[in-house]
Design a protein around this ligand. Structure first.
Ligand SMILES: Cc1cc2nc3c(=O)[nH]c(=O)nc-3n(C[C@H](O)[C@H](O)[C@H](O)COP(=O)(O)OP(=O)(O)OC[C@H]3O[C@@H](n4cnc5c(N)ncnc54)[C@H](O)[C@@H]3O)c2cc1C
Length: 461
């Protein structure tokens, strides 16, 4: 079969690239080995985790918080089966939506495992073992990533598992040990803690949420501990394995921990094995990433790579941006993604969101900057929704006032960061944000006030 473009992988990088290619007039095909389109993000990542975070948050609110609003609810109980069914329905509906989008854009969907088979050729192996040969002058590799499992940890997919298993436990574990204090561990740890599990988070570093602004992560730690997450820093896990119907986790210098389930959340790595890369002369780097240039071109002519399988943040929206830019560059020779302005969100409660440089990065670079901070406890809307923990922090260039970073911990931080990202993409100064009329009473007023605070002019704090 002859196409202008064949994309291997139907995740947010791959399917978005194919749709954009079709919009630009290319005959495109997407090869996806799983039944459902949408990749890690939709099947076992962003979407199911956010569905469970929402459901478990409502459960917690109904059980512990409605009373503060004068709403008495007696006998709140959990129907885990119904909660999981709702999550699966959300995933199913969105996946069907992607199928419909591919059909609408006349993108061919091919079910099977794709493999490069020399220049311009992709061989697809179908579930029944049959093979299809595809030809295209342009091929995009968008195969995503998989969980990293450290030596000594015996994942059995039953009691010791990754996020994929933790999104589908059939019962609330009595005691869940989470290995890794990054966003996946904290989000899924929060889900099961809210549903009634005792949750212990073991983090090797001396802080949680590596890579995010240190002040914000330090503010999050006691909040999460207060919620009941037993977060242990400096914990070096040596082994984790199932023993009968329980699990044992061994940490250096500590008593072994017995628990009911283990969630391994120690990061992800590109899923670049068995792709036939050698047939076109591509070599992966030390981490398994496919090296690309600014237009997503690999070492092989006509072969491109995007998303989690290339260097950069492993985030769905970054994969989508890669996909669009890659195809536009093929078409026009031009593409641009500003990797300094890729927002990151942690969907715990409170949420945490960031865009641009952290304070540590600015200090390390010797940059002269000013900082404005505004707490949500001084924001009217946060008071009305009873969600006052956290703050907004704006970092701006000391000389030009250009915003260099915005870091938020607090209600709807993941939505608030959009305004900051848009402003920074237009090169806004702190004064620009401060002079925008923000509706009252709303949470974004906290961003305006933090921007005012850069110059010591916050009104409400
Ligand atoms: C628990 C969890 C929560 C997450 N939450 C968020 C979040 O809230 N926000 C966010 O931005 N990111 C989140 N992520 C990360 C996000 O899922 C990834 O960054 C994103 O899915 C990467 O997109 P991609 O298209 O590069 O790869 P993927 O989504 O991994 O898609 C790759 C696809 O390629 C297919 N494939 C692989 N090899 C082959 C082959 N040889 N032939 C055919 N098909 C193949 C795979 O089956 C897969 O469907 C989360 C991840 C996890 C695990």
């Amino acid at each position: 079969m002859q196409h202008d473009l064949v994309v291997i992988g139907g995740g947010p990088g791959g399917y978005v690239a194919a749709i954009r290619a079709a919009q630009l007039g290319m005959k495109a095909a997407v090869v996806e080995k799983e039944e459902k389109l949408g990749g890690t993000c939709l099947r076992v990542g962003c979407i199911p985790s956010k569905a469970l975070l929402e459901s478990s948050h409502k459960f917690e609110e109904a059980g512990h918080e409605f009373g503060q609003h004068g709403i008495r609810v007696a006998g709140v109980t959990l129907d885990l089966g119904a909660m999981m069914k709702r999550k699966d329905e959300v995933v199913g509906t969105l996946s069907k939506g992607i199928e419909a989008l591919l059909a609408k854009n006349k993108v061919t969907r091919i079910r099977g495992t794709g493999r490069l088979a020399g220049p311009g050729r992709v061989e697809v192996t179908h579930a029944d073992g049959a093979k299809t040969a595809l030809e295209a002058p342009q091929i995009i590799i968008a195969v995503g990533s998989r969980a990293v499992v450290l030596p000594g940890i015996e994942v059995d997919g039953r009691l010791v598992g990754t996020s994929t298993e933790a999104l589908a436990f059939d019962a609330v574990p009595g005691h869940l040990v989470v290995i890794g204090g990054g966003y996946i561990g904290l989000e899924l740890g929060s889900v099961w803690r809210r549903l009634g599990a005792k949750v212990t988070v073991l983090e090797y570093a001396d802080r949680i949420l590596a890579g995010l602004d240190g002040e914000i992560a330090a503010e999050a730690l006691p909040l999460f501990r207060k919620q009941g997450l037993d977060i242990r820093l400096g914990a070096k896990v040596k082994s984790a394995r199932a023993v009968g119907t329980r699990c044992v986790v061994e940490c250096e210098g500590q008593e072994p921990i017995e628990c009911d389930r283990v969630l391994v959340a120690t990061g992800r790595r590109p899923a670049t094995e068995d792709l036939g890369l050698e047939t076109v002369g591509i070599e992966v780097d030390r981490r398994g990433c496919i090296p690309v240039d600014g237009r997503f071109r690999t070492a092989a002519a006509g072969v491109y790579a995007i998303g989690d399988c290339i260097p950069g943040p492993m985030l769905a929206h970054k994969a989508e941006e890669d996909g669009v830019a890659c195809v536009e560059a093929m078409h026009s020779g031009w593409a641009h993604v500003d990797y300094d302005l890729v927002p990151a969100v942690v969907f715990t409660h409170p949420e945490i969101a960031a865009v641009g440089k952290t304070e540590e990065q600015l200090v390390a670079a010797g940059a002269a900057f000013k900082k404005g901070v505004f707490p949500f406890r001084a924001n009217g809307r946060a008071r009305t929704i009873n969600d006052t923990a956290g703050k907004v922090k704006v970092l701006a260039d000391a000389a030009t006032d250009r915003v260099l970073g915005v870091h938020i911990i607090g209600p709807a931080a993941g939505d608030l960061i959009g305004e900051a990202a848009a402003a920074m993409n237009f090169g806004a100064t702190a004064e620009d944000i401060a002079r925008v009329c923000h509706a009252h009473p709303t949470l974004p007023e906290a961003l305006k006030e933090a921007a005012l605070a850069v110059h010591g002019q916050a009104i409400h704090a």
